[in-house]
Ligand binder design. Structure first.
Ligand code: ATP
Ligand code: MG
Length: 301
């Protein structure tokens, strides 16, 4: 049983155009509306993999009934606390003319005072019934910087397995509690642990530095490090070993949420006792399925 946590839910509109032109009226009859946010995507894919999962989030505002209805249709069991922060929209614009995928993200309004306490209480209660905790994505404004590290601390103190798809201070400050596995994408990893390399374009020297940093974290915190890189091979570190898993890239339709699909596949495999290299392959299979679909964060359309 998995507990997935997302502190920044959204309603995701995905719109596909044969040709998208700025400064013009663009019409399409190809669009959909999905509940999203990283943790919701992970939950949807876990559910599609036949895994049991409870999703914990904060919700507020007039669109909450729509979000709950959409989660029900996707068979995502949900526990939520009142936040008074109106649930936001995010938009994915797919342009077939140049094969571009453009993300438009509304930043959430701050959650109300008291939300963090309610969420922590619900989290503590939910922890008892699960074996794995997956915490993904950013948090809405209004949560303290202690919220995520405290969730990791409590999960590890309760003997749970913890997977983090986080970046920045939430990730850095959670490491001391020894999560079992961290899975940012490469650019999030660079932003977090090697900001001086951000935007340098990569190359062999960068790979060497990333390998050293990943192995350093794996050694210091006894955690496994998995770095996805879009259509490029996945890098992963365990103990003193750094490996790469290559795959055949698919012609993508919508890669949004591929990292979340990867997380679900990885966690589902690890939960059954798979070795990390095999779990990474399971993650790659789910990431590729997601990339081929129009629907966000899914392995079934
Ligand atoms: N074009 C593609 N073809 C096949 N697989 C892909 C493609 N793009 C992504 N994937 C799979 O999905 C995984 C995760 O992708 P990526 O690194 O883009 O995640 P991400 O940036 O965390 O995405 P998100 O946060 O939107 O979920 C990749 O490691 C790969 O296995
Ligand atoms: Mg991601």
């Amino acid at each position: 049983m998995f507990l997935t946590v997302c502190m920044n839910p959204t309603i995701q509109k995905t719109l596909r155009f044969t040709g998208l032109v700025t400064d013009r009226v663009n019409r399409t009859s190809c669009y959909r509306t999905d509940p999203s946010g990283k943790g919701v995507n992970v939950s949807r894919v876990l559910s599609q993999l036949g895994k049991q999962c409870l999703h914990l989030t904060q919700l507020g505002g007039p669109l909450r009934p729509l979000f709950l209805d959409l989660c029900g249709k996707d068979r995502i069991p949900l526990q939520w606390v009142e936040s008074e922060s109106p649930i936001r929209f995010c938009y994915t614009l797919i342009n077939d003319a140049d094969r571009s995928v453009t993300e438009l993200v509304e930043e959430a309004e701050p959650v109300a005072a008291g939300t963090e306490g309610r969420l922590m209480e619900a989290y503590q209660q939910a922890l008892g019934g699960v074996t794995w905790v997956i915490i993904s994505g950013t948090k809405a404004a209004g949560f303290s910087d202690d919220a995520v590290p405290e969730m990791v601390r409590a999960a590890k103190a309760a003997g749970k397995k913890v997977l983090l798809d986080l970046r920045g201070e939430d990730l850095r400050r959670s490491l001391r509690y020894k999560p079992d596995i961290i899975k940012p994408n490469l650019s999030e990893f660079i932003q977090t642990f090697a900001p001086e390399d951000a935007g340098t374009g990569g190359g062999g020297a960068l790979e060497g530095r990333i390998r050293r940093i990943a192995l350093g974290l794996a050694g210091e915190y006894q955690c496994r490090v998995v770095l996805t890189r879009g259509a490029e091979p996945v890098w992963f570190a365990e103990g003193s070993r750094f490996s790469e898993a290559a795959f055949e890239p698919a012609p993508p339709v919508n890669t949004t949420g591929s990292g979340d699909a990867f997380t679900a596949g990885l966690a589902a495999a690890l939960e059954t006792g798979a070795a990390l290299a095999d779990a990474v392959l399971a993650g790659i299979a789910c990431g590729a399925c997601n990339a081929r679909l129009f629907r966000v964060g899914a392995i079934q359309g």
